[in-house]
Design a binder for this molecule. Sequence first.
Ligand code: ADP
Ligand code: MG
Length: 369
Amino acid sequence: EQGHPRLLPSPARFLVLLNPRGGTGKAFSLFETHVMPMLTEANAHFTLLVTERPNQARELVRERDLSAWDAIVVMSGDGLMFEVINGLMERPDWATTIKKPLSILPGGSGNALAASINHYSGHQQVTGTKLLTNCAFILCKGHPVPLDIVSLTTSSQQRIFSFLSLAWGFISDVDIESEKYRFMGYARFSVGTFVRLTALRTYRGRLSYLPAISSSEIRDTTADMKSSSADRTETRVLEDSLVVPLDQPVPSHWHTVEDQFVLVLALYQSHLGAEHFTAPMVKGPGEGNIHLFYANSRISRTSLIKLFIAMEKGTHLDQEIAHLIHVPVVAFRIEPSESTGIMTVDGEVIECSPIQGQIHRGLGHVLSL
Ligand code: ADP
Ligand code: MG
């Protein structure tokens, strides 16, 4: 196993990136009232940077010398963490810099990573300032653990790095259409879910995947990739050894489903949102699996309602929900027949076109207990 740092040095030095527009726009005052006293108590040093526009954080972590900080802390929703991970992966020295511990403080409306880390750390599922306080405590403890990162490639050859999810259909529709209810905070997702249920859409396409079962084979290729990238000191790009180019058919040992889908979700953390315990089988941030969930157009509205209600407690997989399929995979490809739908990566909209990806087990580090 790759040695990962034990505890952060003491006193720890944090670079805090805060999005003042995240969630209902209270991130800054929440940081002052709930986080700063804990950091002072823990004798930690921090540099606070309040973002002024989208992509500023991405550019900063891509261009700056980050050696003055022991960890990069994101106080926002998942969107700002997405910027940070992609910015780090765009650096020439990405292979070493992506190892810098990251930490999340929930300051957005979509706080899935924060909820997942809170869960892995043995805390009860909570929201709001309780979740924030738990995450600030985890930050102060300063214990880095491996974080899986999924490397995605689009049909336009764009490379996207993801720590949470890729969604197509119902879930991404709700995420984006509910932006207009942002003032409601987390409730926007419940409202959005019911709105979308009343006018269910389906999307035609092809879903292919490599099941996680054949993992012995995969571990070997991952090991190859690691040693080969260690040889060349400054590797140009992270190699995706499990996938073939998007314009070629998937390898014959992959599985393919062609259907009319209501939802497709690839999730690599336990929570899809603070109150969406979607993948209860995930016990830590670096397990090396992508949990693929999909449902075709034969799923009923009643089943979908049952699914979203049970998901809050994570009991949706205990009862059989007809036409909902879950399969652990290590790589996948989605080929929508039309480009009209919404696709999101970590809650951020991307172009709706063919895309594929594979997991890189423990490529990054995140603070967790
Ligand atoms: P939320 O969960 O509330 O959506 P996110 O962290 O996902 O919070 O942020 C939403 C979006 O805001 C992201 O796309 C991010 O790039 C963008 N962003 C970051 N800083 C700013 C800013 N200062 N003003 C506006 N948007 C910003
Ligand atoms: Mg977001």
